[in-house]
Design a protein around this ligand. Structure first.
Ligand code: PLP
Length: 380
């Protein structure tokens, strides 16, 4: 029996469980407790945001952005085709039309060149994903957004603590969203955050995220009772989960360093063989620092990938494809008014292989995955 190497293992690295116990002892386990305040302050410090609202998921944070934009029928939002479903669904739920942008073959994110052909007066927002925590070309994308007076939103589910030209990811868009799902770099099972970079959004975001009430004004003594004042939902994270998250964020440098080391080990092992065996390793432009979220390779064909996934599975190693393109999905086709092709997305999604990657992966595990991968590619 070989040891299994799963795709992901969530782990605690510091005081996560102590904080959870303390939260329970304090009797403040619902949203807006002391741990939520602490996690939000840590995230504000990391990104320079005006406000950070912890949410039950990144999906919720995206839905909150859509509500804050007041989107409706006739509005258009541009999102990548190469992303998780809810990057698009969160905006679609408001009735907005979705246009899917293709990705750049280096960053695997959208670019000014892929978004520009989709722009017109109906576009109300552009959503970028920093795939694998490697930033999209933010300067040219922001320039395009500014030219059309349209807000940029960063779905930064992968990229917390990554940087673009020295500036933190999540600090560029009017809104940025984070995920603390079990598969992400920092996790509390399920969780997320909405980063607000425009002070004008702070007050309404507080209401919309708190069931459409002005409870925050009440807590701050600005009104003598709170009431239903706007739309919204129950978007906020439980303090029990925020307590776990604080433990993770306290280990920020340790977690990032472990992931950087694992990423480097994959890269040093695989990159020298890439040309000879006909596959591609990730490309990190010089002006970006990744968040070390995942390690993937692009194989020479979908057939090779199917064979490699099978070979690795036979050795107890869990590798997987990533993202079925949204532009050709049933709901994606129904959501769009501009069914343009996304050839790079189709090509990359058809050949990309994600390797096991998690904070506690050991050097020996990385080596075993690399050896098995190279042997399988050489055979196919
Ligand atoms: C994981 C992920 C999401 C969804 O995050 P949840 O916290 O599970 O809602 C959204 N977008 C991207 C790019 C993701 O990777």
């Amino acid at each position: 029996m070989v040891d299994r190497i799963p795709f992901n293992i969530p782990t605690a690295h510091g005081l996560e469980l102590d904080h959870v116990s303390e939260s329970l002892r304090s009797g403040r386990t619902s949203a807006d407790g002391p741990y939520s305040d602490r996690a939000a302050a840590m995230l504000r410090e990391a990104t320079g945001a005006h406000e950070v609202i912890l949410t039950t998921s990144c999906t919720d944070a995206l839905e909150l952005s859509a509500l804050l934009l007041g989107l409706g029928d006739g509005d258009v939002v541009i999102v990548p085709s190469f992303t998780f479903v809810t990057t698009a669904l969160a905006f679609r739920r408001t009735g907005a039309t979705i246009r899917f942008a293709d990705i750049d073959s280096e960053t695997l994110g959208i670019s000014a060149a892929t978004v520009e052909p989709l722009m017109d007066e109906r576009v109300r927002a552009i959503v970028a994903v920093h795939y694998a925590g490697i930033a999209v070309d933010l300067d040219s994308l922001q320039e395009l957004a500014d030219r059309w007076s349209v807000p940029l939103i960063e779905d930064n589910a992968h990229g917390l603590f990554g940087k673009y030209r020295g500036q933190p990811l999540g600090s560029f868009g009017r809104f940025a969203t984070l995920s603390f799902h079990e598969t992400k770099n920092f996790s509390c099972g399920e969780g997320g955050a909405l980063i607000l970079n425009d002070p004008a959004d702070v007050e309404r975001a507080a209401v919309l995220s708190d069931k459409g009430t002005n409870r925050r004004d009440f807590q701050h003594g600005r009104v003598d009772r709170y009431s239903w004042v706007d739309t919204g939902s129950s978007f906020r994270l439980s303090d029990l989960l925020a307590a776990f998250l604080v433990g993770q964020l306290e280990c920020q440098s340790q977690i990032l360093e472990l992931r950087r080391t694992a990423w480097r080990r994959y890269h040093d092992h695989l990159a020298p063989a890439a040309n000879r065996l006909g596959f591609q390793c990730p490309i990190v432009p010089d002006d970006r620092r990744p968040s070390w979220h995942l390690y993937s390779v692009i194989l020479d064909s979908g057939e090779t990938r199917t064979q490699v996934i099978r070979d690795l599975a036979d050795q107890g190693i869990e590798a997987t494809f990533h993202y079925i393109p949204l532009h050709s999905s049933p709901a994606g086709r129904a959501a769009t008014d501009a069914p343009l092709p996304c050839p790079v997305t189709d090509d990359v999604a058809g050949r990309l292989l994600r390797l096991p990657f998690f904070t506690a992966i050991t050097p020996a595990q990385v080596d075993r995955v690399c050896d098995a991968l190279l042997a399988s590619i050489a055979r196919s």
